[in-house]
Ligand binder design. Structure first.
Ligand code: ARG
Ligand code: ZN
Length: 498
């Protein structure tokens, strides 16, 4: 009897809580974008005024990119399907985003620059509105806090025709035979819908259908390809099963020479565009083929290689003026190999596999954790191969920029905005800052802290403050003064870094 009573009371309580929750929990919705839509008008009618008005956060909360992402859910996986015709640059896609709501959602956003035609949430059609790179989704039934949601988006467009802003070209790059989707911090929205911020990492499957005879290279494991996909078309399926930031997902489409072999770090797969000038192609191979031995060197310093595949891609994309640390398989602009080998850029992108990819920034203002560390790895490699020591390189670079030079105005620990985040100062002064911190705590504690950071935060995120806390914890030394003058002060520190 007593047990039955208790059960009844609990049931009544639970019911009362549910009813209360339905009234009390404010349905979250994002602010509508104020500016006019550059994309076609919304394909469906606006939603009925069912949800109580509530202005939620616009964006995930990144000060440098306030509109990026959405803080109302966490993505667990992306299942991307794209069909791409290089002759027209037309991309047709349907991507399924599996996520978990972190608050009750009457509306949420995905980042997508290509026009969407239809969206379902948990298999029911949703209302959509698209403007300024944001795809606003109003599900037929609100998603409760903690509940899983499956969002399918159908979309199509011409990615190279969508600029990155007034006068800023599309990051989607066409090549003689195909295209590459490579960019930082922005590229995802040109080929798939996402919660586009490195603090929301997820696993990926990437299926691409292209004209028969072309290759598609992407992150992680090759599940299948080329597979028949209708007359004249072939399908390539890739999978990244470790969490990955949205900007690190890539596809390269073209005619590639592919090199594959097993290594003790996993399957090595590199791809060289057959359209490359033969001299550039040769220098590219001489550099990128060093990947396994460079990973061997770096894992001796930073700890175990964080992934199970490795490689690199060199597209024939003369306008790609950078290299990017795409997870497991960096992409290198051919410009790096125009005057011969460049092993240093390979070291840089591979160091990012630990610092940037496995341990990702919490906010874009933490970019020193990526670029300062990858640059410092280049200095360590130079020293390892008989060049000047990292301390000498740091001293030379310090001497190269006199006090008063603009170089010193950007503090790498807090560069100030999204453009300054990729300034030389973040790379070079950022690496000098590591040398200064190394001098302050001593070699043993410095390298122990680097390994601890890479291991403890593997597959997750970190902040500049978090790294300094680890360094301080490992060494038992107060690094606040060194950090202040090297990372956070917009002026030249009074003494060289070591
Ligand atoms: N993370 C790339 C590298 O250091 C840089 C990408 C360039 N992005 C930019 N916004 N400039 O190799
Ligand atoms: Zn870098």
């Amino acid at each position: 009897m007593a047990i039955r009573q208790r059960v009844l009371i609990s049931l009544a309580l639970a019911l009362a809580l549910l009813v209360l929750a339905a009234f009390v929990i404010p349905w979250r919705s994002s602010r509508s974008a104020p500016a006019p839509a550059p994309l076609p008008s919304p394909p469906l009618a606006p939603p009925p005024a069912a949800a109580p008005p509530h202005i939620g956060a616009d964006g995930i909360g990144d000060p440098y990119y306030p509109h990026a992402g959405d803080g109302g859910y966490h993505v667990t996986g992306y299942d991307i399907h794209v069909h791409y015709d290089p002759s027209t640059d037309r991309l047709e896609g349907h991507t399924t985003v599996t996520a978990q709501a972190t608050e009750s959602l009457s509306r949420f956003d995905l980042d997508l620059r290509l026009p969407a035609s239809a969206v379902t949430v948990n298999d029911r059609p949703a209302w959509i509105h698209q403007s300024e790179g944001k795809l606003q989704v109003t599900p037929a039934v609100p998603v409760l806090a903690g509940a899983p949601m499956t969002v399918r988006v159908d979309y199509a467009g011409v990615p190279s025709s969508v600029p990155d802003g007034p006068g800023v070209p599309s990051p989607w790059v066409r090549t003689p035979e195909g295209a590459v989707a490579v960019g930082e911090p922005e590229i995802a929205a040109w080929w798939y819908p996402s919660n586009d911020h490195p603090s929301d990492k997820a696993t990926f499957t990437i299926t691409t259908i292209v004209p028969a005879g072309l290759q598609v290279i992407s992150n992680g494991d090759l599940l299948g390809g080329p597979e028949p996909a209708g007359p004249g078309w072939q399908r390539w399926r890739w999978q990244e099963s470790q969490p990955m930031a949205t900007y690190l997902a890539f596809i390269a489409i073209g005619h590639y020479d592919i090199v594959r072999r097993d290594t003790r770090f996993g399957l090595y797969l590199a791809a060289y565009d057959r359209e490359l000038d033969p001299q550039i192609a040769g220098a590219a191979r001489d550099s990128v083929e060093r990947t396994p031995e460079i990973i061997e060197f770096l894992s001796g310093i930073f700890g175990p290689y964080p992934f199970h595949q490795l490689g690199g891609v060199v597209p024939d994309a003369p306008t790609l003026h950078f290299a990017l640390e795409n997870q497991t398989r960096p992409v290198y602009g051919p410009v790096f190999f125009a005057s011969g080998q460049d092993v240093s850029v390979v070291v840089h992108e591979l160091a990012h596999q630990w610092f940037g990819d496995s341990v990702s920034v919490r906010h874009w203002s933490d970019i020193w954790l990526n670029e300062g560390f990858a640059t410092y790895a280049q200095w360590l490699y130079t020293e390892h191969t008989g060049g000047p020591s990292a301390a000498q390189t740091a001293a030379e670079d310090y001497a190269r920029y006199p006090a008063g030079d603009d170089f010193w105005r950007i503090p790498p620990g807090a560069p100030g905005d999204g453009v300054k985040a990729f300034n030389d100062a973040v790379y070079l002064r950022g690496a000098m800052a590591l040398q200064a911190l190394r001098t302050a705590v001593g070699d043993q504690d410095f390298f122990t802290a680097l390994r601890a950071w890479a291991t403890e935060r593997a597959d997750r995120n970190g902040s500049v403050r978090g790294f300094l806390a680890v360094l301080q914890h490992v060494s038992g030394k107060d690094v606040a003064d060194v950090a202040r003058s090297w990372l956070f002060t917009p002026a030249r520190p009074s003494a060289p870094p070591g």
